[in-house]
Write a protein that binds this ligand. Structure first.
Ligand code: FE2
Length: 302
């Protein structure tokens, strides 16, 4: 059955309400973006120029290298895109500093991206297909249980962005035995502590990434691997993909904004073109309700 998901609006919410709702895996929705948008000219530029660039689907500004890696375009287009995404990222950071101050110590304000392609009908392998409901696993390499916070704005002037969801990670983990099996993997139990080998590998990656910042993406941890197995189960398993139990669609109109912990709620990009997406990694220990975090849900079941 497909219902219309009832969104909770947070246009006038006090900061703690936004923070608590996000930790409870709600979609925090704003009819109008609370973060200032790039100028009309800049939005026109992103919407018109980037789809013209060969192979551009997702353009991401990486703060660790102060660049947009693998972006083949003229210097002028590269520089303008970089400046727009960099300024937008600073606006999103300021928004969360105001609204979720408890999360800021030790956080990593990561990439700011522009999604240039229509999400619907892309012919992709299941694991890279965001049209299939999934939870996010890993961001910039290992999260080690830290949370993946994302802030979205639909910058299409006339078309909604549509998401699908089958509920929160907590609900799915409690109701789907296959999630527990996937988290166990070949170990036969849920293992979250890092082995000596894991620690050595992470140490080497940390050292190398001081020289080559983008290398941090190859880091890993038992927690991130367990989440990756769950992610892959959701995308690979036909019976789960075809099961519409609890499936709901959410429509985000032009210029609305929303935020979620994408490791805490299942989601798929059903359709839509042109969105700004900023990612922040929030330390697990900064959570006001840490028991709701996927790491602690897995730990409680181990
Ligand atoms: Fe995702």
């Amino acid at each position: 059955m497909v219902d219309r998901y009832t969104l909770r609006r947070f246009d006038d919410a006090p900061p703690e309400a936004i923070q608590e709702a996000l930790e409870r895996s709600e979609v925090v929705y704003f009819e109008q973006s609370p973060v200032p948008l790039p100028s009309e000219e800049d939005l026109d530029f992103l919407r018109e120029e980037l789809p013209r660039q060969h192979k551009v689907k997702n353009v991401s500004y990486h703060p660790e290298s102060d660049s947009i890696p693998r972006f083949e375009a003229s210097t002028e287009i590269q520089e303008r895109t970089k400046q727009i995404l960099k300024s937008h990222r600073a606006e999103v950071e300021a928004f969360f500093r105001r609204n979720a101050p408890a999360w800021t110590p030790g956080w990593t304000v990561g990439t700011s991206s522009f999604r240039a392609v229509e999400e619907k009908g892309r012919d992709l392998k299941p694991r890279s297909n965001n049209e299939i409901v999934h939870i996010d696993a890993g961001a910039y390499g290992a999260t080690n249980g830290n949370r993946i916070l994302r802030f979205f704005i639909n910058v299409n002037p006339s078309v909604d962005r549509v998401w699908g969801t089958k509920g929160s990670f907590a609900e799915l983990f409690a109701s789907q035995g296959a999630f527990v099996e996937a988290a166990r993997g070949k170990h036969g139990r849920i293992r979250l502590e890092k082995s000596v080998g894991d620690r050595l590998f992470s140490g080497v990656v940390r050292g190398l990434s001081k020289v080559y910042p983008l290398l941090r993406v190859i880091d890993s941890s038992p927690y991130d691997r367990a989440m990756r197995r769950i992610h892959n189960y959701m995308k690979d398993t036909e019976s789960f993909r075809n099961d519409t139990t609890g499936y709901k669609e959410i429509r985000f109109p032009p210029f609305s904004a929303w935020s979620v912990f994408t490791d805490g709620i299942s989601h798929s990009a059903v359709s839509g073109q042109f969105a700004l997406i900023t990612t922040i990694l929030v330390p697990l220990e900064n959570m006001v309700q840490p028991e709701l975090a996927p790491y602690n849900i897995l730990a409680a079941a181990s």
